[in-house]
Ligand binder design. Structure first.
Ligand SMILES: Nc1ncnc2c1ncn2[C@@H]1O[C@H](COP(=O)(O)OP(=O)(O)OP(=O)(O)O)[C@@H](O)[C@H]1O
Length: 271
């Protein structure tokens, strides 16, 4: 076999590095093993769902990916070469990992627009004193951030409520504002923790459409933790299945839903 030369790319050169990957993650709380040697890969532009029965470790995995939990073993790598496990959450967010939460983490007394502007904070150069004195570049910077945010507001079709206080909005719209706030951070990957929980069918269909749009129109790869199997099977490109902290299956929706190991894990939950 010929050795690879500078003019002959190797297979590794041709395969794009994953947007985000986890290698050998283990995490325990006392005697509870929340994650055991879990590996996963989020490919560029894909929508990857993480599913599993209650207590399987889905939220723990998401928390390790975003730095909320620090795994005792393993590492998380962004864009093929940036090791982010061990970094504080705000640094991980600044590097482009953005998330939405179970429920929402919005300021209910503030307007939709102001909540989304908070998502721009990590991109602002202006400090508080400069903002107070309103120096000229502060004004220019604010205009640029406003334009960016208005574009997201249009994209998520929340223009009519942009000046409304978040506390007055229904749950479906709040979740859309939460998604807008996450997008305002200009993420390179987006992680969503149970976005459909507590929604009616119409709200679920709306949000599913916007999630697909984020992936398709903005090219942002997404990890979604979700209990609603109909939604997962409909929108996911691939699925990772956890049970008792271990990865028990991985593949396309068709592969995973036909996997006897997965069926057994879910039947075990029902009985
Ligand atoms: N902060 C914590 N302290 C102690 N135990 C925890 C903590 N977080 C998670 N666990 C435990 O780790 C295990 C995995 O929990 P995790 O919340 O990650 O599962 P999950 O798959 O997201 O569950 P669910 O679908 O019910 O939200 C569970 O046994 C849980 O009780």
């Amino acid at each position: 076999m010929q050795p690879a030369t500078a003019s002959q790319p190797t297979v590794a050169d041709r395969v794009p590095s994953p947007a985000l990957s986890a290698e050998g993650l283990s995490l325990s709380f006392g005697g509870v093993k929340a994650l055991q040697d879990v590996a996963m890969e989020l490919r560029k532009s894909e929508l990857l769902a993480v599913i599993g029965p209650n207590g399987a470790g889905k939220t723990s995995l998401l928390n390790c990916l975003t730095g909320f939990y620090r795994p005792q073993q393993g590492r998380v790598v962004l864009d093929g070469d940036k090791v982010i496990s061990g970094l504080p959450t705000h640094k991980i967010a600044r590097l482009g990992v953005s998330r939405t939460f179970q429920g929402t983490h919005l300021f209910t007394g503030m307007t939709v627009l102001d909540n989304i502007m908070i998502g721009r904070y990590s991109h602002m150069r202006t400090n508080l004193a400069q903002a107070f004195l309103y120096v000229p570049w502060t004004r220019r910077e604010e205009v640029q951030h406003r334009e960016f945010v208005e574009d997201i507001i249009d994209f998520l079709e929340i223009t009519t409520v942009r000046k409304r206080v978040v506390g007055e909005l229904g749950y479906g719209l709040r979740k859309r504002v939460d998604l807008a706030r996450a997008l305002a951070m200009e993420p390179s990957v987006l992680l969503m923790d149970e976005p459909m929980a507590g929604m009616n069918l119409e709200e679920k269909e709306d949000l599913a459409r916007f999630i697909l749009d984020v992936r398709e129109a903005r090219g942002i790869p997404i990890v979604i933790v979700e209990h609603d199997m109909a939604v997962v099977m409909d929108i996911a490109d691939r699925i990772v299945v956890l049970d008792f902290g271990r990865k028990i299956s991985e593949g396309t929706p068709a592969e995973v839903s036909g996997d006897p190991v997965v069926i057994k894990a879910y039947l075990g939950e029902a009985h």
